[in-house]
Write a protein that binds this ligand. Sequence first.
Ligand code: ADP
Length: 241
Amino acid sequence: DEVRRLADTLNLMLERLESAALRQRRFVSDASHELKTPLATMRPMIEVAESDPDFSDWPGLLTDLKREDERIESLVADLLTLARFDEGAVAGVQEDVDLDQVLGRVAERTAHLVPDMTVEVLGIEPARVRGDAPALERLFWNLSLNAARYGTTRIELSCRALPNGVAEVRVSDDGPGIAPSDRERVFERFVRLDEARGRHEGGTGLGLAVARAIARSHGGDVRVGESSAGALFEVELPLAR
Ligand code: ADP
C-alpha cells in the first residue's frame, strides 16, 4: 500500500511537471512572437527612409520608431513582472499598504489619462493589507487602464473592508463588458478578445495576467464579476492583522 501511494504521488508530480514545462514552452514561444512583431517593423521603416534620397519625414519616422520602442518596453516590463510574481511566488517586499490611498492615486492618474471620461471614486473605506506597494498599484492601474480603454464615459472605483478579514476592490466601466464565457479566458497570457483593437491601441494582452499574478502572490485573487452593463472587476486581498 505504501509503495502504491508513493507511485501515485510520483505520477501526479510528473504530470504536474510535464504540464508546467508545456506551459513554459508555450509562454516563451508566445512572448517571442509578440516581441518579434514590433522589432520586425522597425527595420523596414529605417530601410525605406535610408533608400529614398528624397525622404524628409524624419519627425514622422521618429514618432513611429518611438511607438514601437514603447511597445517593446511595456511588453518586457510585463514579462518581467510575470516572471517575478509567477504562480505561487510570495511577494518580495512586505509593508503595510493602504489600498484606499493607492486607489486614490490610480484614480488621479486615470483621470489625467482620459480627461473626457468621468472617473468616480465611490465608498472608499480604509483597508490596509501587507504586501508590495508598487506591485499592488500596478494591479489596480492595469484594471483602471482597461476601464479607460474599453469604457465609454464612466469609470468607478471602490474599496471596502469586509468583516471576514478581506479587502474588496471593484473597478467598473460602462463599455461593452465581457461575455460570461470569456470571463476566465481574459486572464490568460496574450488573450485579447478584440485582436485588432487591442494591438492597435498598444495593449500587450498581459495586463490581466499580470494583475492576477500579483493578486494571487498576495494571497488574494481577481475575477470578472456580474454586472448589468459594462465590465466589473473584483479584487480580494487579505486585510493586514
Ligand atoms: P490588453 O493589453 O489587450 O488590454 P489585458 O490582459 O489587459 O490585455 O486584457 C485582455 C483582454 O480582455 C482585452 O484585450 C480585452 O479584450 C478584454 N478586456 C479587458 N478589460 C476589459 C474591459 N474593462 N472591458 C471589456 N473588455 C476588457
